[in-house]
Design a protein around this ligand. Structure first.
Ligand SMILES: [Zn+2]
Length: 310
């Protein structure tokens, strides 16, 4: 399931393809992929016109912005904002004129992009349809009514913010990290990766973490996400970027999907448990449940490449 690094890499690969370009036509194959219509555009136009306008027909794209796992496509003028949620299997692909999408099935929306020669287009593909598109009236509405309900963006999470928000809950720290209202952008892969890097057991009550532990966890989250973005994200099965390329971060995973394999820090066999109905992999040696002493082997090198500011 795409998390923050995959959506950020998607944003980076699509931005040079789309910014400054105009959408000439929108082709809607599955209406139920679009979750809502902007209210202020609902009175003067027909339903179909409203939908195409909400999907940015005749609009010029000026920005692609990400918050957590969500990607917003923003156009100039007083136009709606289109928010893309990839869900489990969603893909947003730019197809240059003359090229064909690598898969033609499950394409629900297709945008024709003005180009010379004509033929560039963008497609939203989602076989399992847990993803979708949400239309907002404006960027201000998106930020104040939707993104304001999410926690801090994980890529720039500050220690004091993480310590404050985790201190409010007795839930297992892994469960808290998966809650987008606690921290936005972390899912199952990067929660496991960040916890092993910080040497914290996934079942520790979040509010029990000491100040130094939440400091290490904030550093581990930022480091883990930045490394994954540099590798183009993690592709377990479906994720591809805006150019159809898979991510390369799977080879660097420390814990996720490595149950039964040796810990890369200490050699102990990684174990898996279920937390919040999600398979969770950890090292029983590097991530002790009861002791607050972190295995030195885990710490050595696990928090390197830290940014200079905490
Ligand atoms: Zn270990």
């Amino acid at each position: 399931m795409p998390e923050l690094p995959e959506v950020e890499h998607l944003r980076q690969t699509l931005a040079p393809r789309l910014i400054g370009r105009t959408i000439s036509r929108v082709h809607v194959k599955r209406r139920d992929i679009v979750r809502s219509l902007p209210a202020s555009h609902s009175t003067n136009h027909g339903r179909s016109t409203r939908l195409r306008r909400g999907l940015l027909e005749d609009c010029r794209i000026t920005q692609l912005r990400r918050y957590g796992k969500q990607l917003a496509i923003i156009a100039d003028g007083n136009t709606p904002v289109l928010v893309v949620q990839l869900g489990m299997t969603g893909q947003l692909l730019f197809i240059p004129a003359g090229d064909k999408p690598h898969r033609n099935d499950h394409i629900h929306i297709r945008w024709s992009v003005v180009s010379d020669p004509p033929g560039d287009h963008l497609v939203f593909r989602d076989p399992r349809r847990f993803g979708g598109l949400t239309l907002c009236d404006s960027l201000a509405e998106l930020e104040s009514r939707h993104w304001a309900n999410l926690g801090c963006d994980a890529l720039t999470i500050r220690h004091r913010d993480l310590h404050g928000t985790l201190g409010k809950t007795r839930r297992a720290v892994k469960a808290a990290l998966l809650d987008q209202q606690v921290i936005a952008g972390v899912g199952n892969i990067y929660a496991d990766e960040s916890l092993i890097r910080a040497g914290i057991h996934p079942l520790r009550p979040a509010s029990d973490l000491r100040f130094e532990e939440t400091r290490d966890l904030a550093r581990a989250i930022r480091l883990t996400l930045r490394r994954a973005i540099r590798a183009g994200g993690t592709t377990m099965r479906d994720y591809v970027d805006g150019n159809g390329q898979s991510g390369r971060n799977r080879a660097d995973l420390l814990a996720y999907a490595r149950g039964g394999k040796p810990c890369r820090f200490c050699g102990s066999v990684l174990q898996h448990i279920v937390v919040s109905q999600r398979t969770t992999t950890f090292c029983p040696n590097c991530q002790p449940l009861y002791s607050s002493t972190v295995c030195p082997q885990a710490r050595k090198g696990s928090l390197t490449e830290l940014p200079s500011t905490v």
